[in-house]
Design a protein around this ligand. Structure first.
Ligand code: WT7
Length: 584
């Protein structure tokens, strides 16, 4: 690939840890121990205690039922030290996976930070996963320990735990005080009894967290990230959100999402800000009240959440306009220009779009302060990142950087939070790295001023409320039902969630297409996959469209689904007219 513009930023990315002038070099100097060790939990918590900030609030937790709790940096250091001791006493070895399926409750943060202190790999899982996806991830992730609420355990794993031979311990966060289920331990009781352990002396490249993501043709794959990723979180926490000890930062992401690990745990704490955590799900009235009453200064949410708030109207928003917000940003799906300016009108700050993925580990493109902003665009590359737009001719990438040429977004490998590999297979032929570049799978355009515009995915991935759903996993599960002969799953446009999974199925002989079977299949899917991944509709068709080699043509199914959607034209991803916000 031609390298016409590998300027200073590219050099910085390649030379990330050694060059003191690069943002990563400075961050490494700030966070690493004199011995060269780097541990995310120390960077987030213990170092602030050592610097005299132990009494400041690290975590302000708001419970579903109006209960609340402030946890200082000193208390969080103690709590995570206890969690590390519990895990160590159970025999967790360095690099072992600790899977965590919890809502946003204090034990989630103890589990994440405690896992890092113990030298383990933190692997959060969506609590909306059904038993099938949960089991697949525990297997592929080779989870040693699972920390889960008693209620989720009973519903999703208790009946089919056998066979998960690698899973040595299940630690329950208990909501009822009946007898402890067989083969489980009580996480809170263990925490209360433990002596805090010191953090393991992990190295920058030791594995630290694992997030499952979906491919289009294969099984779920886990993207593994090293402790070094915290350098990106510290830097982007400052450059995108301007975070410091004076901030109250709120990230609304589900704990299963990489957004929660990166910006709902690591970035704000590493920057010494107070992390605000709301246990409840989205509820615009409650959210406005929180922004206002908790004096949130920086907020990170999703386009789906913003659209939900827009539905409640600007009048409600304006009644809370007297807030402390300095910056509001969004991630996960395209943010249309209208939503950007709605933020300005309703909350007094525009929503800034940011772009990244599980694999990038942290924000790499953003409408960041000082970089200029362009509503409807994802923004520009951050310092230290080098991005290009390429098209593949005969398999070889050719640059397509000219203004408004659509191509795949590729990033020069080597920024600190880049994933170090997949557990499970990479389903892209030849993998996603070529000639030192990482291929993101997103189609974009870059305008003459360096702003990137999202066009679509290069593959069949479905984006539902920001969640990435691989059609293959849904199809494979539906195939387990005796009625289904063949099935293809695609995303149908949805005004709120952007896309929802829908299935097109042909039936085996002896089964009759009709409402009764449709209802049965939908409920089978919800039961096994969980509500978020299950198809919302099932259409019966005599035969699925296929290529000559027999591969299901999801493209054709997609066109059918789009044809049936209400008003695709008003979907928020359509390129809005560029207009410029005053920079600052
Ligand atoms: C995919 C990554 C980033 C953490 C959460 C999602 C899409 C992400 C944007 C944006 C348009 C976006 C891309 C990307 N995406 N941000 N600002 N505009 N699309 O992580 O589940 O790994 O999904 O989300 O398609 O590849 P993920």
């Amino acid at each position: 690939m031609a390298s016409g513009e590998s300027g200073k930023s590219g050099a910085a990315a390649r030379d990330m840890a050694g060059d003191a002038a690069s943002p990563w070099g400075d961050a490494l100097a700030e966070l690493a121990a004199p011995s060269g060790g780097l541990n995310i939990a120390v960077a987030c918590v213990d170092r602030h205690v050592a610097a005299g900030g132990g009494q400041r609030v690290a975590l302000r937790w708001l419970g579903r039922r109006q209960d609340r709790r402030d946890i200082t940096f000193a208390e969080l250091a103690d709590l995570s030290g206890r969690a590390a001791r519990v895990l160590g006493d159970l025999g967790l070895a360095p690099g072992d996976t600790v899977a965590v399926m919890l809502d946003r409750i204090p034990e989630l943060y103890a589990a994440a930070l405690g896992t890092w202190k113990a030298g383990g790999v933190y692997c959060p899982l969506f609590s909306a996963f059904g038993p099938g996806p949960l089991r697949a991830r525990l297997e592929i992730g080779r989870a040693r320990v699972l920390i889960v609420s008693d209620e989720l355990y009973a519903r999703k794993l208790a009946a089919n735990r056998d066979g998960l031979s690698g899973l040595r311990h299940v630690l329950l966060v208990r909501t009822d005080d009946g007898p402890l289920p067989d083969g489980c331990l009580d996480f809170r009781a263990l925490l209360a009894a433990a002596e805090p352990a010191a953090a393991a002396d992990t190295r920058p490249d030791d594995p630290a967290f694992l997030h499952f993501t979906s491919g289009t043709t294969g099984n779920p794959k886990g993207a593994l990230h090293p402790h070094r990723a915290v350098l990106s979180h510290l830097v982007t926490g400052r450059t995108v959100f301007g975070l410091s000890g004076a901030d109250v930062f709120w990230c609304t992401a589900d704990p299963g999402w990489v957004t929660s690990t990166a910006y709902g745990v690591i970035a704000p704490l590493a920057c010494g800000a107070t992390l605000l955590v709301d246990e409840a799900d989205i509820d615009p009235r409650r959210w406005y009240a929180i922004l206002h009453e908790e004096k949130v200064t920086a907020w990170y949410t999703t386009p789906t959440a913003i659209r939900t708030m827009m539905r409640y109207g600007a009048a409600l928003a304006r009644s809370y306009r007297d807030n402390s917000l300095r910056v509001a940003a969004s991630v996960g799906e395209p943010l249309n220009g209208e939503a950007v300016s709605w933020g300005q009108k309703a909350l007094g700050v525009p929503f800034l779009d940011t772009w990244w993925q599980t694999e990038t580990g942290a924000i790499v493109i953003a409408n960041a302060p000082g970089q200029g902003r362009r509503p409807g665009s994802m923004g520009r590359v951050l310092t230290g990142i080098e991005a290009r737009v390429v098209q593949c001719a005969d398999g070889a990438p050719v640059p397509a950087d000219g203004a408004d040429t659509v191509g795949e977004l590729v990033l020069r490998a080597g920024w600190p939070s880049m994933f170090s590999g997949y557990l499970g297979d990479d389903d892209r032929p030849g993998g996603c790295f070529r000639e030192g570049w990482y291929f993101t799978g997103d189609l974009v355009k870059r305008d003459g001023d360096g702003f990137f515009w999202f066009v679509g995915r290069a593959d069949d991935m479905i984006k539902c409320g920001g969640l990435r759903i691989g059609p293959f996993e849904v199809e494979a599960m539906l195939m387990d039902h005796p009625a289904i002969a063949e099935v293809g799953v695609v995303g149908k446009p949805d005004l709120l969630l952007r896309e929802v999974p829908v299935a097109f199925a042909s039936l085996n002989p002896g089964f009759e297409a009709g409402d009764a079977l449709r209802a049965e299949l939908l409920s089978f899917a919800r039961q096994e996959l969980g509500a978020s991944m299950a198809p919302r509709e099932i259409h019966f068709i005599a035969e699925l469209p296929k290529t000559t080699s027999g591969k299901i043509l999801r493209r054709v199914l997609k066109a059918k689904a789009v044809g049936e959607a209400d008003s695709f034209d008003s979907l928020p991803n359509l390129p809005p007219c560029p207009g410029r916000f005053d920079d600052e």
